[in-house]
Design a protein around this ligand. Structure first.
Ligand SMILES: C[S@@+](CC[C@H](N)C(=O)[O-])C[C@H]1O[C@@H](n2cnc3c(N)ncnc32)[C@H](O)[C@@H]1O
Length: 270
């Protein structure tokens, strides 16, 4: 386990369930949230299909899948025991939950009809090994659908945040933490990663609008991996700096225009 994976283990142990509050409320007109959009890629799903949510966290997507596909056999995998405890409570036995690493799945080969992953696969270390495992457990031609990060805080707000964060990271002497493989940061890189085991690759850029007040923005940023690594004094400093540098972006109702840039990637096991 490398330093990035150790950090993720520790973060999710301390702070389970931070992703759904940040993303469930953001939506694209007519298509719903990124969880809805991901779930919809399974339509039409055969009645007894086996569906795996990889990096399922507190089970928010699995709960949606249970509602949408009442006869599907649902599986969730996550390496964080605390996230899975929350998923157990949420799902009340509706899905089989496995506390294991995606790099080494206990599932039988060719046993899963579809693998979904929401904002998790791009964080997994040794991503080639993970994709090999996903391919192994999928039936031939089985579906892989994932939502992954593309751009954090769209527009000018994002530039101000990056500027402030980089200065704060320097002040704290923060060592770089490679949470995302460089290849998982571009469409070309994803094509390279997926090309070995998957076919029929399809990419769609999703820009989910978000218009928080400054306080709502700051609350949400407080749940991100980056800010979690800064000292409290440095967090207070970055907050002031960001408040100041984004004041001109604030609209009459006090909100700031931004959004989350995501990829919806779909593929079939070759
Ligand atoms: C940002 S959270 C997303 C949770 C959930 N999919 C959602 O969107 O609500 C990422 C999740 O991936 C899990 N994770 C990261 N690396 C993993 C790995 N190698 N194996 C299994 N789970 C992993 C983390 O424990 C965490 O629960």
């Amino acid at each position: 386990m490398n330093s990035a994976e150790r950090f993720l283990q520790d973060f999710h142990q301390r702070r389970p369930g931070t992703t759904p509050p940040a993303f469930a409320g953001l939506s694209l007109a007519g298509r719903g949230s990124s969880y809805d959009i991901l779930a919809a890629t399974l339509d039409p799903l055969p009645p007894d299909a086996q569906v795996l949510d990889l990096g399922c966290g507190d089970g928010f997507l699995l709960e949606q899948l249970a509602r949408r596909y009442p006869t599907a056999r649902l599986l969730g995998v996550d390496m964080s025991a605390t996230e899975l405890q929350a998923a157990h409570t949420r799902l009340a036995g509706r899905a089989l939950l496995l506390n294991e690493r995606a790099q080494s799945l206990s599932l039988a080969s060719a046993s899963v009809d579809a693998v979904l992953s929401h904002l998790a696969l791009m964080l997994m270390s040794d991503i080639e090994q993970v994709l090999q495992e996903v391919h192994r457990v999928l039936v031939p031609g089985g579906r892989l659908s994932m939502v992954v990060g593309r751009e954090f805080l769209l527009g000018e707000l994002g530039q101000h945040y990056l500027h402030a964060f980089r200065a704060a990271a320097r002040r704290d002497g923060l060592a770089p933490l490679p949470l995302v493989d460089p290849r998982a940061q571009s469409q070309e890189g994803w094509r390279q990663l997926l090309g070995r085991h998957f076919k029929s690759l399809h990419f769609e850029a999703l820009d989910l609008p978000w218009t928080p007040t400054f306080e709502a923005l700051w609350d949400a940023l407080g749940d991100t991996y980056d800010l979690d690594r800064l000292t409290p004094a440095n967090q207070a400093q970055i907050k002031n700096q960001l408040h100041h540098s984004t004041r001109h972006l604030q609209r009459a109702d006090g909100t700031l225009p931004t959004g989350w840039g995501l990829w919806l990637i779909q593929a079939r096991a070759a």
